[in-house]
Design a protein around this ligand. Structure first.
Ligand SMILES: Cc1cc2nc3c(=O)[nH]c(=O)nc-3n(C[C@H](O)[C@H](O)[C@H](O)COP(=O)(O)O)c2cc1C
Ligand code: SF4
Length: 404
């Protein structure tokens, strides 16, 4: 099977710890739904897709929603720049992700699971479908799974079409329904009114992989790793100026300086945490920790060394947001264009500081007034790069007009 040739032996404390295919499903069906929800709550697992919503709460609410049809969606859109850990999980450890989906289906009472696979990962479609076929033969999918009466659950894979915003859960659901991938107004939330108007839980790939381990080893085992508010471990996709880019499983709460050592980064001047929509951390703050209580992240870590021009980095991010805004709401559609124009003005030395300050205020307005997370977070790099690299950007080369 192709998937076997893609496998590598990865070792880690939680996600990359030993796991045997089907084990989480076997264990789950011997438990009640309430027991599983209890273990999840005990684990403190928060969704790994970025927002950090507690998985036990999401599943409890979806389980409680009254409907004869429910869905569990695995969000494998992975469009955030600098993120590739979900691809590695799908490629190398599909058993963890699919078993987590089956456990989720059992817990919330869904009959159908759907993987929303990033369009650029099309090459994974066939091996993943082959894998699902093997699961069906082994009675890990289908009717009366592993002999559990009336537990019926199967998984389909849907290929996305390459829009970053389709990773946002309601845009994803629109896209699944065959519409333009545009975020919906919330409420209602997908847990009540999701795919085809039915209760739907949307979960990140890594979240589902964590669930498989939690069911086997228990919530308190998981909660032993990391910190009080950020339990378990985290997969980080590390790219940029370092000797060993790649996917790392590290404990939550690790200092940025420690992570940089692990990946062999030298002369680092900035690290972009959480992708283009995340925060740019300067060298003076490398003792900060990666955790929900300090610098939260969905897992993207981009390393920039002294040779990088931070204004170019910022321009690249803002061009991305202008391209990817779905255009539905004004703060994001117009705001990102204005922020990009501001960067271009700085580049040409044709700006005033009062205009740049107004753009920072515009960014803050976008954070509040945009309809979805894209426009709410796209000003983050504008604000954090201009604030943290003030000297480099405004004093070295980029003049600006004098003002009174
Ligand atoms: C613009 C945008 C893109 C997103 N892309 C992804 C993505 O690729 N994968 C993902 O899991 N979550 C993504 N999210 C977050 C999802 O909306 C949702 O919170 C997540 O899938 C829930 O899963 P979790 O609870 O396991 O984190 C994105 C959000 C926004 C606003
Ligand atoms: S914030 Fe941007 S991406 Fe989100 S709905 Fe508004 S225009 Fe679309």
């Amino acid at each position: 099977m192709i998937m076997q040739t893609l496998r590598k032996k990865r070792i880690g404390p939680v996600i990359f710890s030993e796991y045997k295919r089907g084990d989480a499903i076997k264990k789950a069906i011997s438990m009640t739904r309430e027991d599983i929800l209890f273990e999840l709550k005990d684990s403190g697992l928060k969704g790994r897709g970025g927002a950090g919503f507690p998985t036990s709460t999401k599943w409890m609410l979806t389980a409680a929603a009254k409907s004869d049809e429910k869905f569990l969606v695995c969000n494998a859109d992975e469009g955030e720049p600098g993120t590739f850990k979900d691809r590695v999980l799908m490629m190398e450890l599909p058993e963890l992700v699919f078993d987590g989906m089956v456990v989720g289906g059992y817990t919330i009472g869904a009959q159908k699971g759907i993987v929303y696979l990033r369009g650029e990962y099309e090459y994974l479609l066939k091996p993943l479908e082959d894998y699902l076929e093997v699961m069906r033969k082994d009675h890990l999918l289908g009717k009366n799974i592993l002999g559990k009466k009336d537990f019926n659950f199967d998984i389909d894979i849907f290929l996305g079409s390459g829009a970053y915003v389709c990773g946002e859960e309601t845009a994803l659901i629109e896209s699944l329904e065959g519409h333009r991938g545009e975020p919906r107004n919330r409420p209602p939330y997908p847990i009540n009114t999701g795919f085809r108007g039915r209760p739907t839980s949307v979960n990140n790939v890594e979240t589902l992989a964590a669930v498989s381990h939690i069911v086997i080893k228990g919530g308190s085992w998981f909660a032993k790793f990391g910190s009080d508010k950020s339990t378990g471990s985290k997969l980080f996709s590390v790219s940029g100026d370092c000797e060993k880019p790649g996917v790392y499983e590290l404990p939550w709460g690790i200092k940025i300086s420690e992570l940089l050592k692990v990946v062999g980064a030298k002369n680092t001047k900035a690290v972009q945490i959480g992708g283009a929509s995340g925060h740019c951390v300067p060298k003076s703050q490398f003792d900060r920790t990666l955790a929900y209580e300090d610098v939260p992240t969905g897992g993207s870590v981009m390393v920039f060394d002294e040779s990088r021009n931070m204004l170019h980095v910022l321009k690249n991010f803002m061009e991305f947001f202008v391209d990817e805004s779905c255009g539905q709401c004004t703060p994001c559609r117009i705001g990102n264009v204005k922020l990009l124009e501001g960067v271009e003005m700085i580049e040409k030395g044709e700006f005033t500081f009062s205009h740049i300050n107004k753009l920072k205020d515009l960014g803050k307005t976008m954070q509040i007034a945009s309809k979805c997370g894209l426009g709410q977070s796209s000003p983050n790099p504008f604000i954090s790069i201009l604030e943290n690299f003030n000297d480099e950007i405004f004093n070295a080369g980029h003049g600006g007009r004098n003002e009174k």
